[in-house]
Design a binder for this molecule. Structure first.
Ligand code: FAD
Length: 296
């Protein structure tokens, strides 16, 4: 039965109330972001021991801050709020975020949060793939102790993260790339609003001579138990003039870095083939953004 052990819905007004609620229930307290994935966790039998839902929406963890160092998104910022940011709407280096936000339905965008999409550690979500391609880092807090980790460290397995008991994601930092950069994201889905069969996010940075100074290629959507950096593809792109042949070879190389799964929506072989196709298209899209000087 859904949340059959639930005893308390705690709306934490400040850190003291948050800590007190977590202390009362320990591992059986579940942090609530937008709540849009609670049904997904329940369906997978992951909520059977939950005794308290802890709403963190009043802790002042929302908002966004843009600076020369990049973009900082608060954990309770919703997808809709992120989508409205001027930088997300226009900056070439944030193109992957802009693209990923075109997929979820409006109702979900109005509630789903940055912290929730990351903590869920669901390899089928779209925003985390884009955030990893942008070298995202997450700030974590637990009873006043604060630490920061790279996004890749957060994901430890299918629906598993490295958060310690009672630890909260408080923010995500997306560092400003040091060279001229653009990013892009693409998703393969069976029907609109479906979870990804495969998704791909890339970021390309060019040096003054037009060669690739740095590349990020990230694949998600069932290409493994977590979203994955395709390091072989990145290495192949680095230092190269990005012509059609280099993009094709990089996309082919990306296949070596993933272990696609088979499920009711796609075979492993189909996912592998589509991962290469979507890597190539995402690379072309990012390069097109760079060539246009930003927007697209
Ligand atoms: C109809 C529908 C369509 C969707 N379509 C898409 C789509 O097209 N693309 C896509 O990417 N996603 C899609 N999603 C999934 C959506 O992105 C997730 O449901 C959302 O990201 C979860 O965020 P949330 O804030 O609602 O998390 P919640 O449901 O509140 O929480 C999810 C998990 O994260 C934990 N958590 C939440 N916040 C924190 C925090 N700050 N610190 C620590 N732990 C935390 C919770 O305890 C829970 O384990 C869809 C969902 C639905 C219901």
């Amino acid at each position: 039965m859904a949340l059959s052990k639930l005893k308390e819905f705690c709306v934490a007004e400040d850190a003291t109330e948050l800590d007190a609620c977590i202390a009362r229930y320990g591992d059986n307290a579940l942090i609530l972001g937008g709540g849009s994935f609670i049904h997904g966790l329940e369906a997978r039998g992951l909520l059977s021991e939950v005794e308290a839902l802890v709403d963190i929406s009043r802790l002042g963890l929302g908002g966004a801050e843009s600076s020369s160092r990049g973009l900082r998104l608060g954990a309770t910022a919703t997808y809709a709020q992120v989508e409205k940011l001027a930088e997300v709407r226009s900056a070439a280096w944030l193109g992957a975020v802009r693209d990923a936000l075109t997929y979820p339905p409006l109702q979900v965008k109005n509630v789903a949060t940055v912290g929730g999409c990351l903590a869920a550690a669901c390899p089928f979500f779209d925003l985390p793939t884009a955030f990893l391609a942008l070298d995202g880092r997450v700030s974590l807090s637990r009873a006043g102790a604060i630490r920061e980790i790279g996004l890749a460290e957060l994901f430890t397995g299918l629906f598993e993260n490295c958060l310690e008991s009672g630890e909260l994601i408080t923010a995500l930092q997306l560092p400003m790339p040091t060279a001229r950069s653009a990013s892009a994201f693409l998703k393969l889905e069976t029907t609109a609003n479906d979870l990804a069969i495969v998704n791909a996010a890339v970021r390309l940075s060019l040096d003054a001579g037009g060669a690739c100074r740095e590349a990020r290629v990230v694949l998600g959507g069932g290409v493994g138990d977590r979203i994955t950096r395709a390091v072989s593809a990145e290495k192949l792109l680095q230092g190269q003039k990005l012509d059609a042949d280099v993009l094709r070879r990089a996309a082919e190389a990306a296949g070596a870095d993933i272990s696609p799964m088979q499920d009711h929506r796609a075979s492993a072989a189909y996912r592998l083939a589509m991962a290469k196709v979507f890597t190539k298209r995402a690379l072309e899209k990012a390069l097109d953004r760079l060539n246009r000087g930003g927007e697209a």
